[in-house]
Design a protein around this ligand. Sequence first.
Ligand SMILES: *[C@@H]1O[C@H](CO)[C@@H](O)[C@H](O)[C@H]1NC(C)=O
Length: 178
Amino acid sequence: MFFKAAFLFSLVVSSIAAPAASDTRLSKRAVLSVQNYSQFQVSSGVGGKALAEVQAKFPIDEKNLAAVAASDLAIIKAARVTAEAAETQTGGFNDAIAAAGGQKTTAGKALQVGKIKNKVLKLKLFILGLQIDQAQGGNDNSAKITAESKKLNNNIALDKAAAGQKSTPVNFQGTSKP
Ligand SMILES: *[C@@H]1O[C@H](CO)[C@@H](O)[C@H](O)[C@H]1NC(C)=O
């Protein structure tokens, strides 16, 4: 309520102060650009900080989801689809782990750490998309957000349990182009 009143007040003030600038005030600034999976994936390096790595690659203002640009939302959704494909499709983590002889081999274990980091990427992006849609479209996505957040938290815990362990990415072809 207060926020709404303050917002309206700021509109009034800006239209008095600078009528021509009011469009700029309202426009949503895009912070993301279309990237290849190899650029926005987080499975390189070591386990333990997957969530922070996702947030660094997708630096939207999570405290103001209503202000996320439509182009950023579209990139987030497209990146989520590609991250999921990088797990389950041909050439993704599941294939790579099988080819490495399963999760118990040295190579398979590092790929499994990478797969969990990729799940953190996929789920965080999915939840952000639901939250932004809710903030901007007025849909009630709360049940879905709660369910997906539970999955995300499980994978964040697995990632933390693998802190410092080698993480191998997959050379998956895909982009965040909507
Ligand atoms: C993505 O990869 C393709 C093929 O390697 C390349 O041509 C393209 O420039 C890359 N896109 C970006 C955004 O870097």
